[in-house]
Design a protein around this ligand. Sequence first.
Ligand code: GLN
Length: 422
Amino acid sequence: LSRLRRTEPSVRSFIHVADAAAEREAEELDRRIASGEKDAVGPLAGVLVGIKDNLCTANMPSTGGSRILDGYRPAYDATAVRRLRDAGAIVVGKTNLDEFGMGSTTEGSAFQVTTNPWDDSRVPGGSSGGSASAVSARQCVVSLGSDTGGSVRQPASFCGVVGLKPTYGRVSRFGLMAYASSLDVVGCLGSSVFDTATILSVVAGHDKMDSTSSSQDVPDYVSELVSLDLLESKPLNGLRIGIIQETLGEGVDTGVISSIKDAASHLEHLGSVVEEVSLPSFSLGLPAYYILASSEASSNLSRYDGIRYGRQVSADDLNEIYGESRADGLGHEVKMRILMGTYALSAGYYDAYYKRAQQVRTLVKESFKGALERYDILISPAAPSAAYKIGEKINDPLAMYAGDIMTVFNTFSFVDVDLCLL
Ligand code: GLN
C-alpha cells in the first residue's frame, strides 16, 4: 500500500483508490489469522487486486471511465470481483481505462491520463491501461481487465506484464459494462503466468447471472502449469507451434519481429517444432472488427440516457434529458463509434457493412480452425510496436485503430455464439 501511495501521483493507474478500506480489511484478516481462524481465510487472502473501472464494485465508484457515470455507485459486485473477494483478495481500487473500453492508450478516459511505469512519457496501452500499469508498478499484485479486441493483451505487452484473454464465456460478465457483447470478456493481468493462472482459476466458471457463461468444468490451471518440468532438457518435445506469417510483415517494428523470432528459437530449443503458417484473412480482421464492435456499442450504450444511472441534468422534457446527458456525458471517441455503428446498422447499409463484416468474422474463425488442426499453438506479437509517446496518436484515430491489428484478428477466432444485440 505504501508503494501504491508513493507511485500513484506519477503513474495515475487508479480512478479511485480504496487504500484506507484495504488497510482495514488487511488488519481484520490479520486479526482472524492471529485468533486461529487460519482455515477461514481463502486462497487469495490478503492479495491486493486492482479492478478495471468498467466492472461494478459494491459501494465503490464505477465509472467506466465516463463522465456520464460520474457519481454512480453500484449496489452489487460483478461476479468476477465477488469471486476474488470470496477467495480473500482485497480490492485496492478501480483502474483507469479508455471510456467504456474504447481505445488503445487509456488517453480516452474522461478523468486522467495514465503513464507507462517504464517511461512516463509513454502510454500504458489500453483500454485496460490502468490495470496493466498498476501491476507493472507493483501497486497491486494482480488485476482484472476486459478484452473486446485486445484491451488486456496490448496493455500487458506495453507494460511488460502477463495479460490473459480467456475464451469467450469462460468468465462471467455479470457486472461488466457492455461494449460489444459478442466479443467482451473479463481478463486477468499479473506479473507472471503463475499469478495470472491463479486468478483465472478463481474467477472462471459458470454463473447463473450470465447466460453466456460456459458450463464446462474449470481445469486446474495452476497444477497443469506446475506439472511442466522446465528442468528437463526438452520439456516441450512434440509440441507443434505456428508463427502467423502475416503478423511479422509490413508495418511491424523490426524490434517486435526480432523479439518474436528470439522467442521462437527459445521454444525450439526447448523441444518444440516451430514453423511459419500463413493466414491470408489476417488483414480483414481490423475493418470487420471496427464495424461489428461499433454496431454493438451503438446499441449497448443506449442505456446511458441520463435517467437510469449516474449524472442527472435538469431539463424540460425527456428528449432534452437524453440529448443533454449524452452530449455532456459521453466523450468524442464514444460518440464517433455510436455514429459509425448506427450508420452501419441502418436500413440500406446493413448488407454492405454489417452483414459483410459478419461473413468476414466467419472466414477468420474458419482459417484459425484450419491452422489449429495442424498446430497445437499459434503465436503472434500483441501489437505492431512497443509503447509509443503520450499524444502521438490521439488525433489520428485510424493510426490508433491500426495498432489493434494483431489482437482484433484473433478475437474472432473462438467465438461460437451468433451476435446478440441486447
Ligand atoms: N482498442 C480496441 C478498441 O478500441 C479494443 C478495445 C477493447 O478490447 N476493449 O475497440
